[in-house]
Design a protein around this ligand. Sequence first.
Ligand code: ADP
Ligand code: MG
Length: 237
Amino acid sequence: EQDVAEYRKSLAIRVSGFDVPRPIKTFAEAGFSVELMKAIAKQAYEKPTSIQCQSLPIVLSGRDIIGIAKTGSGKTAAFVLPMIVHIMDQPELAKEEGPIGVVCAPTRELAHQIYLEAKKFAKVHGIRVSAVYGGMSKLEQFKELKSGCEIVIATPGRLIDMLKMKALTMLRATYLVLDEADRMFDLGFEPQIKSIVGQIRPDSQKLLFSATMPRKIEKLAREILNDPVRVTVGEIG
Ligand code: ADP
Ligand code: MG
């Protein structure tokens, strides 16, 4: 226990919540598939970043998480890698049944970046990723979603549009990520986020990541998440 405390301190990590798994030191400790380990190596990710060391074992154990770390700290892989594992753990289901992993991001640029990162890791297991955001033809997106995917990366407004158009259902969704929650909140997406959370199975695993944690976001997180572990990297939060 003393060792774990020392190790967290060396990573500039603080945690709160009950039964928090110990942080890992290497990607090998996460128990990823051979294929995922190869994809990680291909990215030249030698070892997990601080947020990844602590959040990977938490999320892989099925817990909800509030992750607070500044931009550039590797939050994307912290939610994408466990999402792939989560999807591989699901029983086979008809492709018509909609995404298993749903990621919400504030802007189309961010959604696109996450899409690119997710594809690198998803493809090794034949997992299909779709991106859904404003500025693209709704008809094209409708068609793409109808053709089936396991992961959707979306801006909240466009995801709601697609749900209304019945381009996808949330019947199969059990892993929800709210990325850059502070910016989504600043952009006024709180009602859309609440609507999306209301349409996903209540027992879904939920992850909320943010660079800052103002009181309003903390309140939203506590409303949405179930017994989350809170992880803060550095001086923020
Ligand atoms: P954040 O979402 O926290 O702003 P990103 O997920 O966009 O950060 O990651 C920032 C950069 O770090 C990206 O270029 C990403 O490819 C890289 N990166 C992520 N994880 C690692 C790692 N374990 N080792 C080295 N680079 C990494
Ligand atoms: Mg990010």
